[in-house]
Design a protein around this ligand. Structure first.
Ligand code: DMJ
Length: 488
């Protein structure tokens, strides 16, 4: 398995079998829909930059700008990369995410509920039409990363179902979840393996981490709710239990663990990757299903994190990496992905540390314009200079704004949006940055699937006040999927 700097994983042994079949299907889909061909010579006309509204002046106008940008990027994806997992927005090419030669239309699936909540109903119909024509099931002879397949594809289809009621999307989400379940059922501990072959059910990757064992319950639990079959929920809950049962005497959890032996492979606890969404889903299991046992685990874990990992530096709150057995600080680096934690703290009623942690990341945004992938929080120096079009800071801004209605969070989100537009917009969409510290920033050529699911949706929700979303009663998954709160 190779892991790119964007968290993308393509298994080296994945056979390259379905390229011809896929291209045939893409051609048919494009022709059927009257779409531009994949090799069309020119980009669609870029949206005019002059229309960008001023901060705080008119949020509805900012929302409209967000929707215009999203529709423009969607049309470029359709024209250049329809059915492929990801568009390469500088060159106009495309790439696979899970396994070489086995694109499943990842960006399109990630976009489903964003298209819906933005009211882009024609584009949503186009996406569902592609799925109906080209994705009969997930019978693919290749190992898929269980964590990513769940949060992106099962979650994308489940959210698509939750916002449209289209039975095809639920059937496909169930089909994929059934093919991922061997990762759980074949494990002697209930801690899932990292990979499952969707055709053979072969599992691999016993050396895993908290995020990859504990980020399933909202998606799988909703499948159990909709199908009446508890097996999805129960597998996900058992994985959380198997980890929680192995917590240290301090109620801290190291991030690395072996799924076969159940032994920790590291001693370090972190709120960042590869642990982050484990904590998000302890809370999520309670929030969605009223599971008070999970609430107890979440509260105990959060109390330990606040006690042992909080670190105030010159008035800013950060979360150190610590030895989970002793509580001793071992590292002051902070991944941008940890910025999600302010939103989680806010949702779970920890208002003061939520506001303080968001303010810390806001200071980093003010310094760099676009957040670098990693910093040393003792001096705010960038330890990793790229930005993989990350959504975590604006995810937290949205949650804090919903919970407090404090306009500062809209301002933060607006700065995030404006700077993304200024630095990442290229010929055929939005791209990652390789170095945010250079002027102008150095660009890559890649748009991750989560861009279609996360920040674009967060911007829209925070600026639009759309009546398609219940701001008082909702749940967004770690990948930004609307699993609760669609107002159809
Ligand atoms: C997303 O895929 C999810 O938010 C995941 O939990 C971790 N972060 C990435 C985007 O940065």
């Amino acid at each position: 398995m190779t892991t790119s700097r964007y968290g993308t994983s393509i298994h080296p042994s994945a056979p390259n079998l379905s390229r011809r079949r896929l291209l045939g299907a893409l051609g048919a889909a494009g022709a059927a829909a009257g779409l531009a061909t994949l090799s069309g010579p020119t980009a669609l006309a870029a949206t005019p930059g002059a229309a960008e509204p001023a901060a705080g002046a008119d949020w509805a106008a900012v929302a409209e700008d967000v929707r215009t940008e999203f529709r423009w990027a969607w049309r470029n994806y359709v024209a250049r990369a329809l059915g492929y997992d990801q568009i390469l927005p500088v060159s106009g090419g495309h790439s696979d995410f899970f396994a070489a030669g086995h694109s499943v239309g990842l960006s399109l699936i990630e976009a489903l509920d964003t298209l819906w909540v933005m009211g882009l109903d024609d584009e949503l119909a186009q996406a569902i039409s592609w799925i109906r024509r080209n994705l009969p099931n997930f019978d693919i002879d290749a190992p898929f990363q269980v964590f990513e397949a769940t949060i992106r594809v099962v979650g994308g289809l489940a959210a698509g179902y939750s916002v449209t009621g289209e039975p095809l999307l639920l059937r496909l989400a169930v089909d994929l979840a059934d093919r991922l379940l061997p990762a759980f059922t074949k494990s002697p501990t209930g801690l899932p393996y990292r990979f499952a072959n969707l055709h053979t059910g072969a599992v691999s990757g016993p050396s895993t981490n908290l995020a990859e064992i504990g980020t399933y319950l909202p998606e799988f639990g909703m499948l159990s709710t909709w199908t009446g079959d508890a097996k999805y929920h129960d597998a996900a809950k058992q994985a959380l239990r198997a980890a929680w049962d192995r917590r240290t005497a301090l109620n801290l959890l190291p991030y690395g663990i072996n799924a076969e032996t159940g032994q920790w492979t590291t001693a370090t606890a972190t709120i960042g990757p590869p642990a982050d969404s484990f904590y998000e889903y302890l809370w999520g299991g309670y929030r969605l299903f009223g599971d008070t046992e999970l609430l107890g685990w979440y509260r105990a874990a959060t109390a330990a994190i606040l006690r042992y990992q909080s670190d105030m530096v010159r008035g800013n709150l950060w979360f150190a990496q610590v030895d989970a057995h002793t509580g001793k600080k071992v590292d002051t680096s902070q991944s941008e992905l940890a910025a999600f934690y302010a939103g989680l703290l806010s949702n779970s009623g920890h208002a003061a540390p939520a506001a303080a942690y968001q303010a810390s990341w806001s200071a980093v945004q003010e310094r760099y314009g676009v957040l670098p992938e990693g910093i040393d929080y003792t001096n705010l120096k960038a330890t990793s200079r790229g930005n993989a079009l990350r959504p975590e800071f604006v995810d937290s801004a949205l949650k804090l704004w919903i919970n407090t209605r404090d306009e500062r969070y809209r301002q933060q989100a607006y700065t995030h949006y404006r700077n993304m537009k200024r630095t990442s917009k290229v010929a055929y969409g939005y791209t990652v940055l390789d170095d945010v510290t250079s002027n102008p920033p150095v660009r890559g050529d890649f748009c991750p699937g989560y861009w279609w699911a996360e920040q674009t949706k967060y911007y829209w929700l925070i600026f639009s006040d759309t009546d398609r979303f219940d701001y008082a009663n909702n749940f967004l998954s770690t990948e930004g999927k609307i699993l609760l709160g669609a107002r159809r």
